[in-house]
Design a protein around this ligand. Structure first.
Ligand SMILES: C[S@@+](CC[C@H](N)C(=O)[O-])C[C@H]1O[C@@H](n2cnc3c(N)ncnc32)[C@H](O)[C@@H]1O
Length: 140
């Protein structure tokens, strides 16, 4: 069956490309214009710069309107968001019923026995200086 679904990737990078394999339309957004300039082009992905100054109404219109999105993804960025505002926007955008939000983060990457202890030491020694909201990522 052909998949006509639409996904918004709230902080595009590599995950936009992954979801484009399964979704007909993908919208990748980021507050950073510099990050968007590095985004990989794909025929099914449209990238939008969404600065913090954009209003909720403008953002909903830009993405395609209320109840227009089947999947919202956020990878390792939710700690930057103003969560009540973000969840309110997601509620407006997701199709009802059936819309899905997927939020994840990475933590303690065990890529190799050499890399892991270095990352662990870096993490433990710098953690006191991180924004406390980083805990959302560790718990994701
Ligand atoms: C740690 S990077 C993660 C990038 C990518 N998702 C990944 O997993 O590699 C966090 C990204 O979130 C973006 N960001 C921060 N606040 C944002 C917001 N309110 N809306 C959209 N993107 C935001 C940043 O510009 C940055 O590109």
């Amino acid at each position: 069956m052909e998949d006509k679904r639409k996904c918004i990737d709230w902080n595009m990078w590599c995950e936009s490309l992954n979801v484009a394999e399964n979704y007909e339309r993908v919208v990748g957004t980021d507050v950073s214009e510099a990050q968007l300039k590095l985004a990989m082009p794909h025929p099914r992905i449209r990238y939008f710069h969404t600065p913090l100054s954009i209003t909720d109404g403008e953002l909903v219109d830009l993405i395609g309107g209320e109840n227009s999105v089947d999947l919202v993804t956020v990878a390792t960025a939710v700690h930057w968001f103003e969560l009540p505002k973000f969840y309110s926007l997601v509620t407006r955008l997701l199709r009802k019923p059936g819309g899905v939000i997927a939020v994840w983060g990475y933590y303690e990457i065990a890529a190799s026995p050499i890399f892991y202890p270095i990352m662990k030491r870096f993490h433990v020694s710098t953690l006191p200086y991180w924004n406390p909201k980083i805990q959302y990522i560790f718990d994701a």
